[in-house]
Ligand binder design. Structure first.
Ligand code: PLP
Length: 376
């Protein structure tokens, strides 16, 4: 049997990883400024993470959601403490797309409306409603295109108001900082108006924090900078540091009923153990503070490089925009300097999404390599 060929692959086979480094089968060590696409939050194979998962799988890895699982309550408690979203309720699933799918479905259940407002360049995942709210026609199949979604430019509050005033919108979904789209973020004024307009027109505001959440921006959630309270917050990626887990935080005004949402694997014992370890390490090792410190250091160094047109994003969700396509530069960083970085929809943008445990010396190593490449 062959693999269904959907991923263009780099010819590298990683066999182990530790903190900010990935090692391949030939013993080559790579600096990971990509984090497996913003997934690795506390660092690869963190000892607390390994211990907690090992211990849990030795006791009970999985059992059904029809029987009590106190680890889910523990996770909700720790999540409330670290995120400060104390009033929201938690529903657990397995991925970012599934989190957004459930968020959109819940918004439709709650408001009894169908239409969704999303933003140009948004990425929300590949399942039915989530992919329909993603601004990329290449990945939207005809079956998904049945969903009613209006795409508006990020920041265009006038068009949002116009669309909401028709009173057929169940949800406005947005990433606070667009990931795949290229690190764009609107203003506090825009997000506050969005919140107010959603309330006025009985639509739910869904903040997709799948990539930007769990400390990646130096705040627990990226939206917290704008002092708003979303109705639903979707989470995944950094939540499990590589273990598949996702979820939504749901405002208490949205009522639960038996069977409204569900999942076989969502919130299983092993996934909860992984995420509890992530929260413990984020807290104990002050990784959000480290994220802010390293982000400032990174930006200061980036400012000294004339070929960098713009530094985008926040915390350790950063983009370096050049005035040329970066595909070759990115390839050279991997194969000649052994540094993984990410790309984006914008062909001139390199994305920096390292583990939040990264240190200044690693940033120095990156800029030395980048400078050498730019001198070529
Ligand atoms: C903002 C955002 N939302 C949703 C998703 C989808 O997450 P997943 O691939 O876990 O389904 C992604 C993945 O890149 C993302 O960046």
């Amino acid at each position: 049997m062959n693999l269904f060929n959907v991923y263009p692959l780099f010819d590298i086979v990683p066999t182990k990883a530790n903190d900010v480094f990935v090692h391949d089968e030939n013993g080559t060590k790579y600096l990971d400024l990509y984090g497996g696409h913003a997934v690795i939050s506390i660092g690869h194979s963190h000892p607390e993470y390994v211990r907690r998962i090992n211990e849990q799988v030795g006791k009970l890895g999985f059992y059904s959601n029809s029987i009590k699982n106190p680890l889910q309550q523990q996770l909700a408690k720790e999540l409330a403490r670290l995120s400060n979203c104390k009033d929201h309720n938690l529903f657990l699933c397995n991925s970012g797309a599934e989190a957004n799918e459930n968020a959109l479905k819940l918004a439709s259940f709650h408001t009894k409306k169908k239409k969704v407002i999303s933003f140009k360049k948004a990425f929300h995942g590949r399942t039915s409603a989530a992919v329909a709210a993603t601004d990329n026609t290449k990945i939207v199949a005809p079956i998904n295109a049945q969903q009613k979604v209006e795409f508006i430019s990020l920041g265009d509050i006038v068009s949002v108001e116009k669309a909401l005033s028709r009173n057929d919108v169940c949800a406005v979904i947005t990433e606070c900082i667009q990931g795949v789209g290229g690190l764009d973020e609107s203003t506090t004024e825009f997000y506050k108006e969005l919140e107010a307009l959603c309330k006025k027109h009985d639509a739910l505001l869904i903040m997709d924090e799948v990539q930007s959440g769990f400390g990646r921006t130096g705040d627990f959630f990226a939206f917290q900078k704008h002092r708003i309270t979303p109705d639903i917050i979707s989470i995944a990626k950094g939540m499990g540091n590589g273990f598949p887990i996702g979820g939504i935080l749901i405002h208490p005004k949205i009522e639960a009923s038996f069977g409204l949402l569900g999942s076989t694997f969502g919130g299983n014992h092993l996934a909860c153990a992984a995420s509890l370890a992530v929260l413990k390490v984020l807290n104990d090792e002050e990784l959000m503070k480290n994220t802010k410190d390293i982000s400032s250091y990174f930006s200061e160094r980036a400012k000294t490089i004339p070929q960098i047109r713009q530094i985008k994003g926040r915390g350790l969700m950063l983009g370096l925009e050049f005035d040329f396509p970066i595909a070759k530069l990115r390839k050279n960083l991997i194969f000649e300097h052994h540094i993984f970085t990410g790309n984006a929809k914008n062909p001139n943008l390199i994305r920096i999404l390292p583990p939040l445990s990264i240190q200044k010396k690693h940033i120095d190593f990156f800029f030395e390599a980048l400078t050498k490449e730019l001198l070529k």
